[in-house]
Structure formats: C-alpha cells, structure tokens
Design a protein around this ligand. Sequence first.
Ligand code: HEM
Length: 410
Amino acid sequence: MSTPPPAFSSRFEPRYVEDPYPLYARLRQEAPVQFSEELHLWVVSRYEDVKTVLLNPGDFLSANAFRNPVPPAPEVLEALAEGYPQVPALVDDDPPNHTRMRVIVTKALAHHRVSAMEPRVRAIASELVDAFAREGRADLVEGLAFPLPARVIGAILGLPDSDLERLKAWTEDLVTLSAGNAPVPRQVECARGLVAIQKYLAGHISERRRAPKDDLISALIEARHEDTPPLSDVELISLLSMLHFAGHETTANLLGNLLVMLLREPERLEALRQDTRLIPSAIEEALRFDAPVQGMMRTTRSAVTLGGVALPEGARLLILYASANRDGAAFHAPDQADPRRPDVGRHLGFGLGIHYCIGAPLARMEVRIALELLLERLPGLRLAPGSPVLYLPNFLHRGPRRLLVEWDPA
Ligand code: HEM
C-alpha cells in the first residue's frame, strides 16, 4: 500500500527546514495543488501552475498576501493596534493602485541608478571583508551577508548606519511574524518590533517633508503617477518598511545560499576564481537552485481550476517558486547546481509578471561584488569542518543563519 503524500505543514520538521526539496519533489509528484488544513492554504508546487498564477494577476490577486494564514492571537492584534494601519504596498496590492505605486517606486529608484551605486557598494563590501580577512575564519552571514545589504538599502533610503543594529532586530521580528508559527509571547514581541519600525520610519518621513534630502525617502515623497495623488504617510510607512525588508533579508539570503551552493562543491568555487565572468550565471543558478524567497501568497478572485484542481472564490494559495525551480518538467537535472546550464536565468526566484522584483538589478550587483571580493581576498575558502549550516524554520524565506568558513590568510 502506498503512503499518502506528505502534508506541506511538515515543512517545519527539522529535516525539511534544513532541506525542503525532497518534500517539494513529493508534492509535485503526488499532490501538486494540495490543501493544507493546518495553514488554510492551497500549496502550488509545479512550474507550469506557478507560472499560470503569476501571469494571471486578474484571477490570482496579491491583496492580503501577508495576512497570516492562521489569524494572529488577540494579544498580537492588540500589540499591532499600537502602530499605523498596514496598508497594501506593491507586493500585496493589485492594479490600479499597484500600477500607481509601481510607477512611483520605479521612478524614485531610477534616481538612485543601480550602476551609479556600484562604487559605494564595493566600498562597503571591502570595509566589511577587511574586518575579518586576516582572521582565517569567519561567520560570513554575520560578517558580510547581513550587514552588506542592510547598509546598502539603508544608504539608498537615507537611514543612518548607526541605526543598523536595531533595524536588523526589527527585520528579524518581521520574518518571525510573517511565518506565524512562533509561540504567542514571541509573536507579541515581534508585533512590537513592527510598530517600532513604523514609528521610526514615520519620524524620517516627517523630517524629509520639512527638509528633503538626496535619498529614496525624499524621492518617494516627491514622485507622482499622472494625476493620481502622491503617497500618503501611511502608504509611505508600509512601502518603506517593505522596501527595507525586501532590500535586506532577501539579498542576505541570496548571498548565503549562493555561498553554500559553491562551498559544497569546491571545484565550482575554484572555477569561478579562475574565471570571474561566470559569477553572474552562478548567481542566477543560486536563485533557481535555492531560492531566497521560497514562495508567496495569492487569493483567487473567483472560482477557477488550476492544475486540474477546482479552487473556490477567495481560496488562498501559496505558490512555491523554490519548488517550481526544481521541477524536472521545466529544468534538466533540476537537483544539480549547474551555472553553465543553457537556460540559466529562466527561474522564478524574482517572480514573474507585474510583480517581478524591482530590486533584482541591485540584488544581483551586491551579490556579484561580494563574491568577487571573497574570491580575491580569501584564498582556499572552505566550509569550517564540523559546523552545520543552520536555517530558520520559515516557509517563505530561506537562507543560512550562520555560515562558518575558513581560508588561508595571507
Ligand atoms: C536576492 C534578493 C531578492 C529576491 C530573491 C527578491 C524576490 C522577489 C520576488 C520573488 C518578488 C515577487 C513577489 C510576488 O510575486 O508577489 C519580489 C518583488 C519585489 N521586490 Fe524583490 N527580491 C530581492 C531583492 C530586492 C531588493 C534589493 C529590493 C529593493 C530595493 C526589492 C524590492 C522588491 C519590490 C518593491 C517588489 C514588489 C514589486 C511589485 O509587487 O510590483 N527586492 N522580490
């Protein structure tokens, strides 16, 4: 007798936290559109189905994408009530308001052209690598993967470096709150973190309204889309906390996942050291092989059939980019990391369609510079023996929390 397909909720079992891909493979094979009773979500795991959802935003809405699948406890709601209302901001919004905000953010970000940021990003990355290059041993998550994107997005938004530590703590609170599976007292703490970041951003917005600066906050206050109204304070707060989060956690996870992918196959790392022109392909392959954003939510506008399964109106979906990227129907030898595959870049790691990641060029540039520097400065880079790579139990975001490495100091 065959065993029933595993439930997606087993994603939090330690073996799947460490490596969710065997679970995704069974879901694709045995239950590609599976209803999770525990999470109240339909889990979509095949490439074609995920792509259908992404390319039909009129049928699959992004509104409420961050509403916890399981309603938060009253104590958590009480803590959140102390802050500003959370209004939709791009990723959890639909046209026409999504279009208005996307135009505004694209315009404001264009002002801080990614290519113009490159020398600044390189200077920040060099300073971070300098701090540990002589040691011969480091935690690359703590030393580089987290602080680099945090400082870069902070610089773009116009937030001072001296606030980085508390911003980091609040970001961790947001990640934990979004997973919705922490004990209630911890969730309350995280909700307070979210309120704190809202109040912090509100302070910066009112400062910029009084005295604009050459930063993204000021550009967002100024930018307009046709004759639609400018962004309100409440919209700005939601948007800025989303941008800060999106520009930070995800990029840190991409660098972490890329390094794990390469360090586990030292000959690949050596090939990159020999020919750094391969780095962009290795980054694309890491986005496919171990996607930092594993999935995102959608809601059906009306009853619809997906992958042969009838979904009711208002059904909530978790679309698994990370599983789609390992689908053998879409990629040859999907479980092998191969930066030289001919279709490198056809992954869904940055999404697809109207919500395609606005920060993709920035993320690619930061990670490329970080890897170039590590290859240049840390000869013989390898995983520290006996130090397992640890992951957070989160089904939306994936990246190492600690990555201990060694090298041969000069
Ligand atoms: C490696 C790093 C990153 C990854 C893996 C990533 C991933 C994604 C994904 C998968 C989406 C689509 C969400 C959906 O389908 O609903 C998205 C959207 C978005 N990302 Fe990124 N992102 C990264 C870095 C960044 C950075 C650095 C920024 C900002 C500076 C950023 C800003 C955004 C924004 C604003 C959206 C929403 C776009 C919209 O809804 O129209 N991301 N990202």
